[in-house]
Design a protein around this ligand. Structure first.
Ligand code: MTE
Length: 322
């Protein structure tokens, strides 16, 4: 499979933004006047086939949500990617210099089959799936993003982790020639993140290669980024070049910078305020709401994925900032 193929999804499965936007209207029309809507009456081109809305089972699994998706233009122009600057608009401008092909990922540590693999080999045999997840940034804004990606577990299993692999550590590329933000010590580069092995193997944890059915734009962490929807967004590390299975809890960039503000676990929790601001609500950037005037909505424990993930934290004091 070529890289191009690896990053693509069969067109029938792509949720085009227009389809998203039209889905509600189309479904409404279908419900009211099925015969007319189905025949594409009067239109030169038949309307794009409306994709079925998420089934209750998909919503229960957390793989899909029927909440209004954030617009593609907002997802790709309001970013955190400090390697390209600390302003929200910096990455969409500056990340054009990021070369995403060829790309390889080094996988090692406590596993039987370590290796450095070209991205297309890393993803070989895995079909990208669409997952529509909420993303809650620790800063207090959130989006609904239709990702394309493969379960992280499916990739990790290829390397046969040993029983000593208690955690997984991830590292972002750090190349000052491509990443102007590295000139500033906003973070102790390279950007590093980590998960406990059960979190890494959880079915909701995704390695994203695209969004809205298209390859991932550079500013969103191309060509490969982590998505952990029940944790604050900073755990979802971008442009990954290294994955290591480790025995001890790995050091992570934000925790190193400010341990009292950014914990290793960092599960979304409205009851635990950030030391400098409340986490009770969030500014949801979605649909037609502009990023400046997006409405505030209550933040949910585990970002609304408690049913799927809470059991992993049984016995842990969620009131503490882990
Ligand atoms: N990964 C790297 N390498 N560098 C970063 O600055 N920012 C994080 C996370 N991953 C970041 C990163 C933060 S704070 C958030 S909220 C999300 O990426 C934002 O992802 P998005 O820009 O695709 O919405």
């Amino acid at each position: 499979m070529s890289l191009r193929d690896a990053l693509r999804i069969p067109s029938a499965q792509i949720t085009d933004e227009t389809v998203y936007r039209q889905r509600r209207a189309l479904l409404g029309a279908l419900a009211m006047t099925p015969a007319i809507a189905m025949s594409g009456c009067g239109a030169a081109e038949p309307p794009p086939p409306p994709r079925a809305p998420p089934t209750p089972a998909q919503v229960r699994s957390g793989f899909r949500t029927d909440e209004e998706p954030t617009r593609y233009e907002d997802i790709t122009s309001y970013n955190n990617f400090y390697e390209f600057g600390t302003g929200k608009a910096d990455p969409s401008r500056a990340a054009r210099t990021l070369r995403t092909s060829p790309w390889s990922v080094q996988v090692g540590g406590e596993c039987e089959k370590p290796g450095t693999l070209a991205l297309e080999d890393l993803l070989k045999g895995l079909r990208p799936e669409e997952r529509v997840y909420r993303l809650r940034c620790v800063e207090g804004w959130s989006m609904v993003i239709p990702w394309l990606g493969v379960p992280l577990a499916a990739v990790l299993k290829k390397f046969a982790p040993t029983s000593k692999a208690k955690y997984v550590a991830f590292t972002t590329l750090a190349d000052p020639r491509q990443m102007p933000g590295l000139a500033y010590r906003s973070i102790n580069w390279p950007y590093r993140e980590g998960l406990r092995i059960d979190e890494a193997m959880h079915p909701l944890t995704l390695l994203a290669t695209g969004l809205y059915g298209k390859p991932l734009p550079q500013q969103n962490g191309a060509p490969l980024r982590l998505v952990v929807p029940w944790k604050y967004g900073f755990k979802s590390i971008k442009s990954i070049v290294e994955i290591r299975f480790v025995e001890k809890m790995p050091r992570t960039a934000w925790h190193d910078l400010q341990p009292s503000e950014y914990g290793f676990f960092s599960n979304v929790n409205p009851q635990v305020d950030h030391p400098r601001w409340s986490q009770k609500t969030e500014r949801r950037i979605a649909g037609s709401a502009s990023k400046l005037f997006a409405e505030r909505i209550p933040t949910r424990l585990f970002n609304g994925y408690g049913e799927q993930v809470a059991s992993m934290y049984a016995g842990m004091d969620l009131g503490k900032w882990y």
